[in-house]
Design a protein. Structure first.
Length: 338
């Protein structure tokens, strides 16, 4: 893959995906980024699993690794957010700002442990569903991968079975959504969709590597093709790709937009490789698990301060001001947490 190291290549994509999250939450191109930015993370997760090879480890060891990596940070950050919610709740009341925080400690702990939203606890931000969702999806994929490895014991990874798993789990998510349509605890519903995209990422390694090694003109073609797919799907879909509440509108257009967006973003990173702010993207990638929860707190607090100070900002420029200020505040926060 040229002179670009594998770790750098993955960091550029993941760092760019983190920036997409910030842009979306700041109000930039909301429906279009929303159409694919969370599937992108799960596809990338599956791709990384493929890069690491077919190393088999005991489930208990795998469980402990992922629990320490995802659930411990989830619980710690949720505790921080609960504390922040309590402080902001009474702070905003003192400042005579609109009270949007409803807190009952017992229900808050329950909702955090089950990762289920309820009117009993509305914190500073929505629950950090991504952490437990990735945890559950990763465990589901562990068994999928083990099953396929037993069916194909020899040779390299066979992509076709994983594409079948991608379609099957997406279909299962559709059926669950259509006929059950209730929120399941600990993101068990959302994890079906997440696991499908992990399978897609795992199956797509050769395809992604092939796109990387194409000429710039071909990469530009993939960028345009993917972008058209995203725009078309957003225009045609009856809803938004709201993965955090397991709601996708029209499933066909939702999946079309997600896959098109992943193709678009990977190709865009490859196309612009030489002019990317590489150090910034690597920094975002390395600190992604810190950035995800903390930037939401900063945005919430910033919006309230703007309201309190009655700051009049041009509506067009406000999202970009949010991005700049959030990045400036994030740097010391990341340093302190690290």
């Amino acid at each position: 893959m040229g002179n670009l190291g594998r770790i750098d290549y993955l960091d550029y994509v993941r760092g760019g995906a983190i920036f997409l999250v910030l842009a979306h939450h700041s109000g930039i191109l909301g429906p279009y980024i929303l159409a694919f930015h969370m599937p992108l993370f799960f596809v990338l997760s599956g791709y990384i699993l493929n890069v690491k090879g077919r190393k088999d480890e005991r489930f208990v060891i795998h469980f402990k690794k992922r629990f320490n990596r995802l659930i411990i940070p989830y619980l710690l950050f949720e505790a921080l957010i609960l504390l922040s919610s309590i402080i902001l709740h009474y702070g905003f009341k003192a400042l005579q700002l609109e009270d949007v925080y409803h807190i009952e400690i017992g229900y808050a702990v329950r909702d955090i442990l089950l990762c289920l939203e309820s009117p009993r606890y509305i914190g500073a931000i929505n629950l950090l569903w991504f952490f437990p969702c990735l945890f559950v999806a990763d465990l589901l994929f562990f068994f999928v991968k083990r099953l396929i490895n037993r069916l194909f014991k020899e040779g390299e990874v066979h992509a076709f079975p994983y594409f079948i798993i991608f379609v099957a789990l997406a279909l299962l998510s559709y059926l669950e959504n259509k006929f059950v349509h209730i929120r399941l605890p600990f993101t068990l519903d959302t994890s079906l969709m997440a696991t499908s995209f992990i399978a897609l990422g795992y199956a797509s390694r050769k395809l992604v590597d092939k796109i990387y090694n194409q000429t710039k003109s071909f990469q530009l073609g993939y960028v345009i093709f993917g972008l058209v797919g995203v725009i078309f799907s957003v225009k045609m879909n009856t809803g938004l790709f709201l993965m955090f509440v397991n709601d996708y509108g029209n499933y066909f257009y939702a999946m079309l937009g997600a896959v098109s967006g992943v193709l678009f973003f990977f190709s865009l990173i490859f196309l612009l490789e030489k002019i990317l702010p590489k150090s910034g993207l690597v920094y975002l990638s390395i600190n992604s698990l810190i950035f995800f929860p903390i930037h939401l707190l900063i945005l919430t607090f910033m919006n309230k301060i703007f309201t309190y100070l009655n700051i009049s900002v041009n509506e067009w420029s406000l999202p970009y001001i949010r991005v700049i200020l959030t990045v400036l505040f994030m740097i010391p926060c990341i340093y302190i947490i690290n």
